[in-house]
Design a protein around this ligand. Sequence first.
Ligand code: HPA
Length: 274
Amino acid sequence: MEDLKAKVTESVEFINQKSKIKPEIAIILGTGLGRLAEDIKEKEIIPYSEIPNFPVSTVQSHSGNLVLGKLGNKEVVAMQGRFHYYEGYSLKEVTFPVRVMKNLGADLIIISNAAGGMNRFFKRGDLMLITDHINLFGDNPLIGPNDEELGPRFPDMSEAYSQKLIELVKKVALKEKIRLQEGVYAGLTGPTLETSAEYRFLISIGADAVGMSTVPEVIVANHMGMKVLGISCITDLAIDGVIEGVSLEEILQIASNAEPVMTKLVKKVIEKID
Ligand code: HPA
């Protein structure tokens, strides 16, 4: 993607013409948070297809929207639908909307996803606060010439997920009696799920959960100096490399059961962010 900054600016100008909202918080409504969009008030919904420079959907049915509005006491911008590497997008395309949301004003991003759990203390349907990640995409959205205006050549990733936000989420979960796990998220390309040997490998390198998203967006958010909060919904388990077979229907059911809890947690956290 050439002249990234100019493309981001063009997208931002377009969005600013459609909405007066000046978001402080960006949200990627992945698995577990989809319905949070319904709670956004005074909202402007902009289909990705209308926004200049947004990736063009490869799948007809896979539509997506940028939703701007008010959530509790904050102005937010939310991505309803995200782009995955396994769909054929480059990591620069996958992460382009994150750059746009930052340039709309958001200094903080909340990201949710579905993940396979590997930690033996996890149960299906658990929420896992992401404390760190391992990039196993074999790629990085920052490869190529670096625009110093967007961020540094060699971004610091020592606090990829904000410690302050981690503490805040834990406090809220405790108060609200929400069962909350924490751990390291390994990001892989997919679309294949892991073999037993791969699950054992992932445990041995220190991962607690595995999925096919989030890592690229978190890298780009850090590149631009955004604070990151990540939460996984554990939809299936592979303990000691033994995969517990579940159908796609069951995975969707588990994600949908976890949704009200994740939504409540995130709403309370947003209220408390200063
Ligand atoms: N592996 C990779 N991605 C996933 C999984 C998994 O087990 N579950 C949900 N997304």
